[in-house]
Design a protein around this ligand. Structure first.
Ligand SMILES: Nc1ncnc2c1ncn2[C@@H]1O[C@H](COP(=O)(O)OP(=O)(O)OP(=O)(O)O)[C@@H](O)[C@H]1O
Length: 317
């Protein structure tokens, strides 16, 4: 089911949480909304779910205007950051809740069996949420969202309570489940790695506005503004004064585009991080500090020569 937002605006007092949002998400697409804290991501998701009334604009599901349709009639399912499992209900009771009065018992049982085996929670159905790890709770919340066979999946930072290792497997699981069910997915995060890893397309949001939309590759290699450059990527682009290369305004340099060894620029190493297959080094020069990748450990304080293989911008901020 496609999801469309047309000029959607939502205001809290003087603050525009959503400011003229226009977006079209295609059927089956995995669409990620990426933005800093407070940019309006959750408000956008809640508006699509029908949990938040919008002040103006329209929300369409498969071309049908649902702006005034209540949440339970929208065929969408939402997975929250804290999973929102009911603590006094078992995993099984939590999972079947959305369909309890809608499907016959045999069909419910069939779906529970299928989902719990797919999500590897068969052995946990009798437990209470407090007896589960974060990853297990997350899988139970996914099962509860999927049992309705929603046509749109709305996910609000569903991995933020997991550790780094769990996140990697959970990312893969979410992607597989989404692909198997071909369900249109809107996924909110402030984590660039997650956005790049999961998205078919990503929208970068700031101050209630969509700043740029594209595939992760497009946004990564062609940031249209200083904000997007400084926010997208891991680590993000270093933003420096363009005068260094004879340009007006600010320019961006990705860490992989700084070539250390020779070149016209001179700087000093101020910090070094080991990244496994390479090092991230901080280089101080001309009152600026940039991040660069290098294949071997350099010494803090060491003087180096370097050049930029590629820059983005200039932007006038
Ligand atoms: N019920 C509310 N009443 C007043 N202001 C609100 C309400 N809900 C959200 N806001 C404000 O709207 C803005 C957008 O909030 P929202 O939760 O959508 O941001 P977010 O991008 O999801 O942030 P985070 O990543 O921190 O969850 C914030 O400035 C927030 O303080």
């Amino acid at each position: 089911m496609s999801v469309e937002l047309r000029s959607v605006t939502k205001q809290y007092d003087k603050l525009k949480a959503l400011d003229q949002i226009n977006l079209k998400i295609e059927k089956g697409e995995f669409f990620v909304i990426l933005g800093p804290s407070g940019s309006g991501k959750t408000t956008l998701l809640r508006a699509v779910a029908g949990l938040e009334r919008v002040d103006s604009g329209n929300i369409l599901l498969e071309g049908r205007d649902v702006t005034e349709v209540p949440p339970h009639k929208r065929e969408v399912a939402m997975v929250f950051q804290n999973y929102a499992l009911y603590p006094h209900k078992t995993v099984l009771e939590n999972i079947v809740m959305p369909v309890e009065n809608q499907l016959d018992k045999r069909e419910i049982l069939r779906r529970v069996e299928e989902l719990s085996s797919r999500l590897k929670i068969d052995a946990l159905l009798g437990r209470y949420p407090s007896e589960l790890s974060g990853g297990q709770q997350q899988r139970a919340a996914l099962a509860r969202a999927l049992i309705k066979r929603p046509r749109v999946f709305l996910m609000d930072e569903p991995l933020s309570n997991l550790d780094a290792i769990q996140r990697i497997s959970a990312r893969k699981l979410i992607r597989e489940v989404q692909r198997e069910n071909n369900v249109t997915t809107l996924y909110v995060t402030h984590d660039q790695i997650e956005a790049m890893a999961l998205a078919d397309r990503v929208a970068v949001m700031n101050n209630g506005k969509i700043i740029q939309v594209g595939t992760p590759e497009e946004v990564y290699s062609n940031a249209e503004s200083e904000f997007v450059a400084s926010f997208f990527g891991n680590p993000p682009t270093s933003i420096i004064d363009g005068k260094i290369v004879g340009l007006e305004g600010k320019i961006g340099v990705r860490p992989e585009d700084v070539e250390i060894g020779d070149g016209d620029l001179k700087g000093q190493i101020t910090d070094v991080e080991f990244w496994g297959d390479r090092y991230l080094v901080y280089v101080y020069f001309a009152d600026e500090e940039i991040r660069a990748f290098h294949h071997k450990r350099l010494k803090i304080g060491q003087e180096i020569r370097f050049k930029f293989k590629k820059i983005s911008g200039p932007w006038n901020s």
